[in-house]
Write a protein that binds this ligand. Structure first.
Ligand SMILES: O=C(O)CNC(=O)[C@H](CS)NC(=O)CCC(=O)C(=O)O
Length: 276
């Protein structure tokens, strides 16, 4: 299976972002990709709550979701929409940060709401309070496809290893970690966290990322770390997309999952323990 990680610099304009994502997806498919993955908040990177209120909509009326479902069907490929920022179902007034796996017939095979909210002061100047704007999900999601069982996660989730262990023990072979990682944490934390999740689960980890300076009509522009990564079940970095937007291809041999787990069967060695 050839996968394509789309490294994007989404702006706060969903119309422009759909145009760019579609363009990149067509390029990926013409390069032979059968599984195309986009970063967290593909539809809108924004720091302004009022701007989000004015451009974001509910899932059933979202043009990015509909557009990428059409594109998946037209190209006959699997698409992981890393996430879309969407209005939640009432009475919840916040948004949701929702990841979608789209099948080659254009239908939604799975959807997952990011579980862990990034409520962190990353530097003296920059604080994120994701939970103020976004309602967290409350369940882990696995999707069976003909090429692999896929476990869906998003960005800050990567810091909670038991989620990945639960997905792997339930059968996951590929773990997706679409992201918009902070430049304050990315250089030191991004790659080791992803490699650790791959090694301890014996899964492929695919992490398409937002990158660079994100244009914003309203609010402060944001910068993200980039370095979309594909990691093998043995922990080898198969692909590092660096710090520029683009299409990045990686060929996955799913038999490497069983090979890695045969060498180190740690997934079967959990113990019950008391304390601490
Ligand atoms: O708010 C949006 O538009 C979309 N969501 C994000 O960008 C989220 C929450 S602010 N980013 C992260 O989770 C980065 C985590 C991170 O950088 C770390 O764990 O170090």
């Amino acid at each position: 299976m050839r996968a394509a990680l789309l490294q994007l610099t989404s702006s706060d304009d969903p119309v422009e972002n759909l145009r760019m994502t579609t363009h990149r997806a067509r390029e990926a498919a013409s390069d032979g990709a059968g599984f195309i993955l986009t970063p967290e908040v593909t539809n809108c990177v924004s720091t302004s709550r009022s701007h989000q209120r004015s451009v974001l909509v509910h899932q059933h009326e979202d043009a990015t979701l509909a557009g990428l479902q059409d594109e998946a069907a037209r190209l006959g490929v699997w698409v992981l929409i890393g996430s879309l920022a969407l209005k939640a179902e009432p009475p919840e007034e916040r948004f949701v940060n929702r990841s979608f796996l789209i099948a080659p017939d254009g239908t939604i095979a799975a959807q997952y709401d990011k579980l862990h909210m990034f409520d962190v002061q990353v530097t003296e100047e920059e604080t994120f309070r994701e939970s103020a704007g976004f309602a967290p999900g409350d369940r882990a999601v696995l999707a069976k496809t003909p090429f692999a069982v896929v476990g869906l996660t998003v960005c800050y989730d990567v810091r909670f290893p038991y989620l990945y262990r639960a997905l792997a023990q339930a059968g996951a072979e590929i773990l997706t970690v679409p992201a918009a990682f902070s430049p304050a944490t990315g250089p030191m934390h991004w790659e080791p966290l992803l490699r650790a999740r791959a090694i301890e689960t014996g899964c492929f980890v695919l992490a398409p990322a937002q990158v660079g300076q994100h244009a914003a009509i309203t609010g402060k522009p944001r910068t993200t770390h980039g370095h979309s990564l594909a990691v093998s079940p043995w922990g080898e970095v198969l692909l590092d997309a660096g710090d520029r937007p683009g299409v990045h291809l990686v060929d996955l041999d799913l038999s490497h999952v069983a090979q890695a787990r045969h060498k180190i069967p740690s997934l079967q060695h959990d113990r019950e323990f008391s304390g601490p």
